[in-house]
Design a protein around this ligand. Sequence first.
Ligand SMILES: Cc1cc2nc3c(=O)[nH]c(=O)nc-3n(C[C@H](O)[C@H](O)[C@H](O)COP(=O)(O)OP(=O)(O)OC[C@H]3O[C@@H](n4cnc5c(N)ncnc54)[C@H](O)[C@@H]3O)c2cc1C
Length: 167
Amino acid sequence: MWSAAGRASAFDPFGIVAGISPALVRPESRGFLRLKSADPHEAPEIHANMLSDPRDLAALRRGMEITRDLGNAEAMKPFVKREILPGRFAGEALDNLIRDGAMSMHHPTCTARMGRDDLSVVDAGLKVYGVRNLRIADGSIMPSITTGNTQAPCVIIGERMAEILRA
Ligand SMILES: Cc1cc2nc3c(=O)[nH]c(=O)nc-3n(C[C@H](O)[C@H](O)[C@H](O)COP(=O)(O)OP(=O)(O)OC[C@H]3O[C@@H](n4cnc5c(N)ncnc54)[C@H](O)[C@@H]3O)c2cc1C
């Protein structure tokens, strides 16, 4: 999840605008998918629950403070005319700005995670518990989300599946 440092309406269309956006790569908030019926063609409910854990908002707030310090640092002064956002926003107003601007980074994973507890969906061989002849090889099997981007780990998961099937 990342928090946009500004909104389009606040930008000067004739100036050069640069932004630094803090990203929350280890969110504590947890969402879930819920099947609506046994019909496999019916779309599931998706509850992202973003920022439901207060630690996530606190981390993004700290990220905003750090990015402000960077943007307003002495070394940046020759390049910076003025700060647009968050500027005067502080306290609850800053929290609301973060809530309004935060968006998903397109890395949903872990909905069919690999593991050995009751909530795990696949085992170490990518086999779905309780279903014969079904394996999963995509981002959903990650036990926890990667700190970096997710596409390369998905390739590795696919290659591992190929190895397992060839063995
Ligand atoms: C806008 C965007 C930007 C991103 N940018 C980056 C980036 O810069 N770097 C990075 O590392 N990651 C990036 N990601 C994340 C990365 O693309 C995903 O994490 C990764 O592609 C997930 O791979 P996957 O195999 O789990 O799922 P997917 O790539 O979503 O593959 C699922 C496949 O299953 C197919 N499918 C779905 N339902 C069915 C069905 N019923 N029957 C048959 N096939 C079905 C779909 O058509 C699709 O081809 C981005 C994601 C998005 C959305």
